[in-house]
Design a protein around this ligand. Structure first.
Ligand code: GLU
Length: 549
């Protein structure tokens, strides 16, 4: 019996591989176009590292006129959860990552190179496994768990490389008729690749991020089809990337060590190898050292965190590009108004050792991003966020949209816009004092600063409201009057004057305006006080002052 007959016994219904080669023809894309894919397992959870990878995948495809694919790798069915695919699709959508091809829902997809879920591609993998068996490049392995364990112990005792390879690979040279006999008798088996590699020979891999890396050739006869008939990741990814005509495999660097194996698979299958770019894991600083950001320890490892906190998508993507290419920051500085898509990401500028994730910096970027939004946009985005996470805020905003927009518009739209909002969950705190009921219920102490004497405070407020306040005043007049009031009550008109002769004054104009600010907002720091006063209006100002009289 020859191997071709054995292959027919094992996979009697598998199609010829030429069928698939014709079904998935070369793509018609412009020169240099990259076809990339994000290929998570459907565990539902998207890690910040996954989002980082997907951002890079999408960006590279987009900026070269290529295709970005979302493929689901569900051959390890133990790890799956219900609705795992939908959750991934939705999480990516939250960050405006919409694949050109691939899964769009739990069981829906777009594109001509599918199915895009590996469990639906069983026939395809089996066809290729069959072709390898027929060529004597793969074989059924009947090793039992006990046999494998015994082999492992022997290798350990002899202090040699573990694994199923060379002379340790007991079924590597099993004659076709004996294998056929065992199969007929119902013995359990899996399919292994018959490695042609030699551990003493070196290969050189050029990685688009890590540069040249030398490896010994692979000689392990790895499993390609498991006992449930599904492929292993290694085998499936080779076939998928080939048939989907993926040009660039961008993936986490935990896969670097599999390169010799993957190169051999591509070689045995007679596929052209894609280019590989292995991205370093995102790190977190801890006690002066660095460690991988962890799903277990760091809430910010889950992308749902950004959504819950209300950090805008653009800010997160902007930050991820920042850690992807260190020249991004400079580019942003000189191209303030450009869209993220205008930045050209380069794989060879990506960090080899792993960028450190810095939440403070992300929030800084976010403040900047939000500072450029219009009041209307802030309103809309906050309402969407609040609808899900803070219904009280939603009610407040929806109650009087016009007023809310006036509030959001304070110190906005000018050259130096306010930067006090980093996330939608900050909004409530930053506007709450503009609403009467909420103001009345504010629990914080009045944060008077330098002037704390109650009588003095009363005097300042009374003087101001009776002799200086006029709602028609322009900002300049308002400001001049504040100085007049300061002077009248024995404070310096200017901070500078006060600093020169502190003993001459009770304080300076800034101390006076702080009293007004705190009485009106209960905050020592707010955006422009004049604008706040214009919006809350005379009646409320009177009311808030009266509390002090
Ligand atoms: N399913 C693999 C993972 O989740 C994908 C690796 C790859 O991109 O090839 O790690």
């Amino acid at each position: 019996m020859d191997y071709k007959e054995l292959a027919d016994i094992i996979f009697p219904n598998a199609k010829e591989i030429s069928y698939y080669e014709e079904k998935y023809p070369e793509r018609d894309l412009p020169e240099g176009a990259m076809v990339t894919r994000f290929a998570p397992s459907p565990t539902g959870f998207v890690h910040i590292g996954g989002l980082f990878g997907a951002t890079v995948d999408r960006k590279m495809a987009q900026q070269t006129g290529g295709i970005f694919i979302l493929r689901i790798e569900d051959t390890d069915q133990k790890r799956e959860i219900e609705n795992g695919v939908v959750q991934i699709v939705e999480s990516l959508k939250d960050f405006d990552i919409i694949p050109d091809e691939g899964m769009t829902g739990e069981n829906s997809e777009i594109g001509n190179y599918g199915p895009y879920k590996q469990s639906e591609r069983k026939d395809i993998y089996q066809a290729y496994a069959k072709s390898l068996i027929a060529k004597g490049l793969a074989y059924p392995c009947f090793a039992t768990t006990e046999e494998l364990e015994e082999m492992r112990q022997k290798q350990e005792a002899l202090k040699i490389r573990p694994g199923y390879y060379g002379k340790w690979a007991k079924y590597r040279n099993i004659p076709a008729d004996i294998a056929a006999e065992k199969i007929k008798n119902g013995e359990n088996y899996i399919i292994r690749m018959k490695s042609q590699g030699n551990e003493n020979r070196k290969i050189r891999h050029h990685d688009l991020i890590k540069g040249n890396i030398d490896f010994p050739e692979n000689d392990q006869d790895i499993v390609i089809i498991k006992s449930d008939g599904l492929p292993t990741y290694h085998f499936a990814h080779a076939i998928d990337d080939h048939l989907m005509h993926v040009t660039h495999v961008i993936r986490g660097d935990e896969w670097v060590s599999s390169i010799p194996l993957h190169l051999e698979l591509f070689h045995l299958l007679e596929f052209k190898t894609p280019k590989y770019a292995h991205t370093a894991a995102i790190m977190k600083e801890e006690n002066g050292g660095k460690r991988k950001i962890s799903k277990r320890k760091d809430p910010e490892a889950a992308v749902s965190y950004y959504h819950e906190e209300g950090i805008p998508t653009d800010a997160v993507v902007e930050y991820l590009l920042n850690i992807a290419n260190s020249n991004f920051e400079n580019w942003r500085r000189t191209n303030q108004d450009k869209k993220i898509d205008d930045f050209q990401l380069e794989l060879n500028k990506m960090s080899v050792s792993g960028a450190v994730f810095d939440l403070v910096k992300l929030l800084d970027i976010s403040k900047n991003v939000i500072s450029k939004y219009s009041a209307e946009k802030i309103y809309e985005e906050t309402v969407v966020w609040a609808k899900r996470y803070d219904t009280e805020l939603e009610r407040l905003l929806k109650n009087d949209k016009e007023y809310a927009i006036l509030v959001f518009n304070i110190e906005r739209g000018n050259i130096k816009p306010r930067k006090d909002i980093a996330k939608w969950s900050d909004v409530k705190n930053s506007i709450i004092y503009m609403y009467d009921d909420e103001f009345d219920n504010m629990k914080e102490e009045y944060a008077f600063q330098k002037i704390t004497n109650k009588e003095e405070i009363k005097t300042i407020l009374k003087e101001y409201i009776t002799s200086y306040y006029n709602k028609e005043d322009t900002k300049q007049i308002w400001f001049d009057k504040m100085k007049d009031l300061a002077e009248k009550l024995g404070y310096a008109r200017e901070v500078k004057e006060y600093k020169q002769e502190p003993e001459r004054y009770k304080g300076h104009v800034g101390d006076i305006s702080t009293v007004l600010r705190v009485a009106l907002t209960r905050r020592a720091n707010t955006p422009d006080l004049y604008e706040i006063m214009q919006i809350i209006g005379e009646e409320r100002i009177q009311k808030r002052f009266r509390k002090w009289f």
